[in-house]
Write a protein of this length. Sequence first.
Length: 178
Amino acid sequence: MATAPDPQDMTALVADCASCAGLCCVAPGFDAGDDFAFDKRALAPCRHLGSDNLCRIHESLEDQGFPGCARFDCKGAGPYVMTHIFPRKRWRKDRQLLEDISEAYRRMRAICDMIEMFRVAELLPLNPTQEAARQNMLKTLLPAPAWTAATLAAAEQAGLLSDARAVLTSFRDAATRR
């Protein structure tokens, strides 16, 4: 049996459908349009999601009217939630668990988006103070020990993402110097 990746290893934050539970195909809702061929309400499994929690039309998403799905990248939020927050949990027969997992997934997706921005910011010509702020925020975004549903909720309530956006905003001058 493989060991779970280190919850602080930022390189482990990558989409891995086999380590997830189809969260991107269940948690969000979408409207029919250019990106999706039909409407899907939030917390309802997509009709193309197999019992193995993998997309049955993944290889032909664009051809079948789902370019939004083809472009989507959870950035590792789904595998993180299912590995570290709800390991070995199954949502299909438990509505409350599905709601809890989906909420953790929504919060973790926001964290993963922010982590990606702080990774990209490493390429900027940051001064030492800015680089220290970048590294400190990355440590905050991936705390030790791993995130839990409760700590994700508390971080959201405390304004973690607003704090992270403020740090990113402080890099604006470095971005224009590039």
